[in-house]
Design a protein around this ligand. Structure first.
Ligand code: SF4
Length: 362
């Protein structure tokens, strides 16, 4: 059995958290309740394949078992608070409420090859990146595997079709919640559930080096996206406090290790900020730092947030930056900014509607 599968999942009140459990764990739980172990597969299918949000609708489970599950276990279903739809590109942003009243957000983007959902891994974030709305209120708490899955499941249910790609790039630092992240990945990949290929999943980190090494050992073929946002430690430290703990060279070694262990090319995220990290010299410095790695650079133009003074780099300047990298033989793409009119930056919607207030904003 895998290391991360041996962790039994309980909620904060000590009740078993059904949707965060593997089939093996469910079998153990149901046997302990005096039930037949085959019920575990039925329950798993309802949760992770049928995406059923109500235990009472699980009609092939005896009523007595359904009652027992409701009484003694937690069944996580997140509640939609708001939906915002971009008039420009159809991108949809969701605000959800968790059982304890915390709020999180996810974004659903439509592409020709299917939909992609960007999920949060924590409510808030403790990493303190200077350009990020999620950092402003700090961290409330980490999400359970079930709460991460639910963001994908509810959007699949709304769409009436399965989500094709998942990006763990919303609020939170996934490697500050690694055990739950790994559990989430194993569950979403389970062929008795959604059976999503992990090649269709991207996990984005600000660069917590020890966790990058640990994650590489798990043998999960996800794409790792590392947020660089600067060409050297001096600029990076101003934007991302994590850079003081894990300097550039240490981070690059961890990226190299990830590629060697998984064979997956690293993606570097680089948000251009006007006058901070977007000069042609910055592009040359960046190219030097990453030239020996099998990598791809995604240039993003930041979504300015009102709490911060940073402004966007102009299109021409962004193009100069891209060309500079290309000249240095670096694979690079300028990413289309989606959902500009709907609080596109992660954490913005959650900040506008932090507590109980229900509405829908189409
Ligand atoms: S950019 Fe990511 S890691 Fe940094 S504060 Fe925002 S959510 Fe956290």
């Amino acid at each position: 059995m895998e290391k991360s599968d041996s962790v039994k999942q309980y909620d904060t009140a000590g009740r078993p958290d059904l949707k965060s459990m593997s089939i093996e764990e469910l079998k153990g739980l149901l046997t302990d309740m005096g039930e037949k172990s085959f019920r575990a597969s039925q329950l798993f299918k309802w949760m992770h394949s049928e995406l059923e949000s109500d235990i009472d609708h699980m009609t092939d489970l005896p009523k007595s078992l359904r009652e027992k599950l409701k009484e003694t276990c937690t069944y996580t279903v997140i509640k939609q608070v708001r939906e915002q739809v971009s008039k420009i590109d159809g991108t949809r942003k969701y605000l959800w409420e968790l059982d304890d009243g915390n709020r999180i957000e996810s974004v659903r983007m439509g592409y020709r090859h299917g939909s992609s959902v960007c999920i949060s891994s924590q409510a808030g974030c403790a990493m303190g990146c200077a350009f990020c709305a999620s950092a402003i209120g700090g961290l409330d708490r980490s999400l359970t595997p079930a709460e991460m899955l639910e963001q994908v499941y509810r959007i699949s249910a709304i769409d009436g079709e399965r989500v094709k790609n998942v990006v763990v790039m919303g609020s939170g630092e996934p490697f500050a919640n690694t055990d739950n992240l790994i559990k989430f990945l194993r569950l979403i990949n389970d062929e008795k559930g959604l059976g999503m290929s992990l090649r269709n999943v991207t996990v984005s980190t600000c660069g917590i080096v020890p966790e990058m090494y640990r994650f590489a050992q798990e043998g999960l073929p996800v794409t790792l996206a590392v947020s660089l946002h600067a060409p050297d430690d001096t600029i990076r430290k101003k934007l991302m406090p994590v850079a003081s703990k894990y300097p550039y060279d240490t981070l690059m070694k961890a990226c190299k290790d990830y590629f060697e262990k998984t064979g997956r090319r690293i993606t570097f995220e680089y948000a251009l900020i006007n006058g901070v990290n977007d000069s042609p010299e910055c592009a040359d410095m960046l190219a030097k730092k990453i030239k020996n790695l099998n990598c791809h650079v995604n240039i993003i133009n930041i979504n300015p947030i009102k709490e911060r003074l940073f402004t966007k780099t102009g299109e021409k300047q962004a193009e100069v930056f891209r060309k500079k990298l290309e000249k240095n033989l670096i694979n690079v793409t300028i990413r289309r900014a989606l959902g500009q009119d709907i609080d596109g930056a992660c954490g913005q919607l959650r900040r506008r509607f932090p507590y109980n207030e229900s509405s829908s904003d189409h």
